[in-house]
Every structure is written in C-alpha cells, then in structure tokens.
Design a protein around this ligand. Structure first.
Ligand code: KG4
Ligand code: ZN
Length: 426
C-alpha cells in the first residue's frame, strides 16, 4: 500500500487541503523525477470518474498497460434504475484512493515513478467529475507532476490505438449509456462531429427497457447491466418478427440519432402484453425474448444506417484516401456482439476496415485516460506543469466533441440505399 496516497484519503476528508507536511514528504519523489532519464518510456497515470466507474490506469508511451484498477458502481445504481449523482459522488470519494493505490500496486510502481497525471475533466456528471479532478490535481501537486486534462469522449475515440495501429484519419462511433456520436478523428487533437443523439443515449434506453421488462427477475441477468441482459435475452428469441418497429428518422438525411421513438414503442408493447396476459408484480410477459430481439434489432439498424450515411458523406466529400478507410467503435454499447457484427457487415460492404475497441476498454476505465495522456505527452499537447495553472483547470460537465460538422452533413443531403442488415444478420 502506498502510504502517500493514503494520506490523500485523510486529506480528502478535510476537503483536500494540502499541508506543508505532505509536500515535505514528497521531497525525495520530486528529486527522483527531476533526475529521471529522458530516453526511457514516459509513464502516465490516468484517473477516470466522469460517470459511475472509478478507474485508474497506468500506461507507458510504448502502449504497454502497466497497471489498472476499477471500482464499478453499476450494482449500486441498478436498484435505482439510473445513476443518482450524489450517490455516484459519494462512491467515487470512498473508492478513488484505493483504486489508485491498487493500480500502482498492480504496476509495481510508486507515484514517484509516474511522469504525469492525466484526468478526465469533461464531459460527465458534475459531482462525479469533481472527485476525479480534485484527486488528479492533488496527485499532480504532491508529486510535482504535470497535469493533463482529458476529454472523456476523445479518450474513448483514441483507445483502440493502444493495442492496434490505427492510422488517422478514421471514422469513430461512440455509443454508450451517456452518448451516441459519429465523428472523424483527424489526429490526437483534432475531431469533427458528424452526428449525435437528439434525445436519449442508446445504453440508457437499453437499461430502461431491461428494467421495464423486469429482466433482473431472471436469475442469470440479475447482476448484469440492462444492455448486457437485453443482448443475452434477445439471443434466446424464437420469432424476431413478432413485434414490429418503424424505421427511425427516415426523412432526415443526416447522421444524428434518435432512440426515444423505439423506447416508447417498446413500452407500449410491454403495456399491451401485460394487460393481455394479466401480468402483475414480478411476472414477465411471455414473449419477452422476442420483444428484446425486435427492440435490439431496431436500435442496431438505426445505428448502422447513420453510420452508412457518415461513410457516404466521407466518400462524397473525398475526406479519406480510397484504400485507407477505417471505422472504430467504442463505448459500453460497443460491447454488444450483434451490433459489432452488423457494423462489420456495413464496413465490408463499403470498403471499410472495422475495428472494435477491446470490449474491456469499451466501457469507462482509467487505461483509456492514461492512453490519451500518452498521446498528448508524445505530441506535447495540454501538458500543464505550473501548479497555479493546474489549480485553475475547471471541470466541464457539458463539452462538445470536436468541430461541429452536423450542418455540413445535412447540407450534403446524402441519400443512401440501405444495406439489408436484418436479412444479413438472420
Ligand atoms: O461506456 P459506459 O461504461 O458508460 C457510459 O455510459 O458512459 O457504457 C455503459 C452502458 C450501459 O448503459 C450498458 O447497459 C451498456 O453500456 N452496455 C450494453 C452492453 N454492455 C453494456 N448495451 C448493449 N449491449 C451490451 N452488450
Ligand atoms: Zn464513457
């Protein structure tokens, strides 16, 4: 256990107040950093707390994951059917010290061995972001390390590059419980937003429908997220055509998403089935698996169509070289295997290489923050060394992703002939 971080925990209870004693205890660490060798790979510690995962990852500039730890609040929030910000904040506060100690321990490193502290400061849930940011700043201060502020979505967009050579530019689909967006990654620091969700995020909708269907009453699902449960339930369907869902946003030739319509259609089906079969209390509707499958397919088809339009837009504008086109997907919903299969079909039809970020790194984690820190370290971007400047960094619960090209996409008016996803999947 690294006693130095433990001191932070005590300090946390006093509202993160630093004392001379803390700084003095780090004197030796500071001297070691100053004497560190310039030719050895840089080591970045990443702190993530934007939503309901408290994560810490340690990655070096060769892309080697040296250590990691995560504490998930998923089970705590499952009971409430959504994330309660004050509870999330409390759990981040309770766990962040231990998570970072564990990450350092798993890497067999001390804080003094780290070259910089990367921390998610935007976007996210305000009280959650606040804890990680204070903690990251604290580590930077007591360790006399540079601080690297990280945009959570940019980190998701770049994570696949840890383990695989993904050349710029590429198309990215970020799909999770808080977001759904299509964008172009031009470089480590340059992004363009092609489309985003107009209402709910898909993971949030999966979670709500799973809850409304009472999937947790089926023992095999009761510790899973709504999205995970719904995917497994859908795989048990016997009739994919029993419930019909209308196509989404067919008259809007853009890359924006909408999931509110399929959510309300699904809720109507549940209500209807419950009344028809006199379903009460903890009982489930009889054709629950068929409804899961039809709902999931409607969501996947929508995502595939918007992605197909993004690819056509890129082609129309000649944005990517012809023989080097890549789609990267990340975010919690990218763990969905049927979605990955459907998107790989879209990619092979349109001449794209398909890269799914390793599922373990799709959901929120500290490694992706550390990796974004590495990319910034290598390019010399956003590295803050002045303690006063570090102190001034503020969290931004709402932060846009790159340059907004949504209107540009709309103006291009790209019509598509849809790839028959359903026929190709089933
Ligand atoms: O990226 P993430 O860990 O956190 C944020 O929302 O930012 O994503 C969590 C979301 C949850 O809504 C969860 O239900 C969804 O990802 N999810 C899935 C699957 N696994 C996780 N959704 C559909 N299919 C899955 N297999
Ligand atoms: Zn995320």
């Amino acid at each position: 256990m690294t006693w130095t971080i433990r001191l932070f925990h005590k300090c946390q209870q006093k509202h993160f107040i630093n004392t001379r004693a803390f700084l003095h205890s780090y004197k030796n660490d500071v001297e070691r950093v100053q004497n560190s060798q310039p030719d050895k790979p840089a080591i970045i510690l990443g702190v993530e707390s934007s939503c309901d995962e408290t994560g810490c990852g340690i990655v070096d500039s060769t892309g080697t994951i040296l250590g990691e730890a995560i504490s998930s609040q998923q089970l705590n929030h499952l009971n409430f059917g959504g994330i309660i910000p004050t509870i999330a904040q409390m759990l981040h506060r309770d766990n962040i010290t231990k998570v970072c100690e564990d990450a350092l321990q798993s890497a067999n490193l001390k804080l003094r061995d780290v070259d910089a502290i990367a921390t998610t400061v935007k976007p996210g849930i305000r009280p959650s972001l606040g804890i990680g940011t204070k903690f990251g700043k604290y580590l930077a201060k007591i360790g006399n390390k540079p601080f690297i502020p990280i945009h959570h979505m940019e980190a998701h967009a770049l994570t696949a590059r840890i383990q695989e050579k993904v050349d710029f530019p590429y198309l990215v689909l970020l799909i999770s419980g808080g977001h759904c967006l299509l964008g172009i990654v031009e470089s480590t620091n340059k992004f363009y937003l092609l489309g985003t969700t107009k209402d709910n995020a898909p993971g949030e909708v999966f979670d709500k429908i799973a809850r409304r269907l009472k999937l947790r009453n089926i023992p095999e699902f009761n510790t899973l997220s709504g999205g995970q449960a719904l995917e497994i339930a859908a795989s048990k369907a016997t009739d994919i055509n029993q419930f019909a869902f209308s196509p989404i946003m067919t008259r809007l030739y853009d890359c924006n998403f909408s999931f509110a319509g399929i959510q309300s259609t699904c809720k109507r089906y549940i209500q209807f089935e419950e009344e028809k079969h006199n379903i009460i209390a903890d009982m489930l509707i009889p054709d629950v698996y068929n409804l899961c499958a039809a709902f999931q397919l409607a969501a996947i088809t929508h995502v595939c169509q918007r992605t197909q339009r993004a690819m056509k837009f890129i082609e129309k504008m000649s944005l990517f070289p012809e023989n080097k086109r890549t789609l990267v997907i990340s975010g919690g919903v990218a763990c969905n295997n049927l979605l990955a299969k459907a998107l790989s079909i879209v990619c092979s039809e349109l001449g794209y290489k398909f890269i799914r970020t390793p599922p373990k790194l799709c959901t929120d984690n500290g490694i992706m923050i550390a990796w974004n820190g590495v990319e910034k370290w290598i390019t010399g971007t956003d590295i803050i060394t002045d303690p006063c400047e570090i102190e001034k960094v503020e969290i931004e619960p709402k932060a846009s992703f790159g340059e907004n090209w949504i209107q540009r996409v709309q103006a291009a008016n790209v019509k598509c002939e849809w790839i028959p996803i359903k026929r190709k999947l089933y």
